[in-house]
Write a protein of this length. Structure first.
Length: 218
């Protein structure tokens, strides 16, 4: 049930900003129906006040960010040209901000992630962002989790009906009254003796996210 939409002069986040400003996203999201798989895994981490690295695919951000809104999670926001737009959207949804990305400001981003986690706060990253390849796990999140000794929680969304943009990430916008399944994987610590060794966990974490996605779709 995919409906592709071409690009225009406005960037993706500029379009979403306009929608958010008019209240259309909130109106649309209020009709979405969620079910959760593996919620007890998140619950146990929260009960222990364990800082979490939420790992989510870039194209699934909208339904996942809506589901976790107002929980004080800090999100890694790229410093590309759309960064200020997405930052405003995230702040309006109750998220904190960490600036930087794997392609620009990587060192600043890593330090921000580690500092936020060591302060006891959750973070969310899109390991295939900001430019892809789609569903490929870049090592930055694994390195940050290793340095902060924080578990990575694979977090995926399956949407039964949606519009899909013609962007590199196949960005999904759930349709009205869509059924959305949010699934969490087993929390995964990155056991390594060095940042380089931690980065080698990327392939394992990518496979974990793919496995959780299959569970969400079942």
């Amino acid at each position: 049930m995919k409906d592709a939409r071409g690009s225009s002069d406005l960037s993706l986040w500029a379009k979403l900003s306009l929608l958010a400003g008019s209240g259309l996203i909130r109106s649309l999201a209020s009709t979405w129906r969620y079910r959760v798989i593996g919620g007890e895994r998140l619950g146990k981490l929260r009960a222990k006040r364990t800082p979490i690295v939420f790992a989510l695919w870039h194209g699934q951000m909208l339904p996942l960010l809506w589901h976790h809104r107002g929980q004080g999670v800090a999100v890694l926001v790229s410093e590309h040209k759309d960064g200020e737009v997405i930052a405003r959207i995230l702040q309006s949804m109750g998220y904190g901000l960490i600036r930087g990305s794997t392609s620009r400001g990587a060192g600043r981003a890593l330090l921000g992630l580690v500092r936020t986690l060591k302060d006891g706060n959750d973070v969310a990253v899109t390991p295939d962002g900001p430019r892809g390849p789609r569903h490929r796990f870049a090592p930055g999140a694994a390195v940050a989790a290793h340095r902060a000794d924080a578990p990575i929680l694979a977090t995926v969304a399956h949407v039964d009906r949606f519009w899909q943009l013609r962007t590199w990430d196949g960005f999904m916008i759930p349709k009205p009254f869509a059924r959305i399944t949010v699934a969490y994987g087993e929390p995964s610590l990155v056991a390594a003796s060095s940042p380089r060794e931690a980065a080698e966990h990327a392939a394992r974490l990518e496979a974990l996210m793919n496995d959780v996605e299959k569970v969400a779709a079942s």
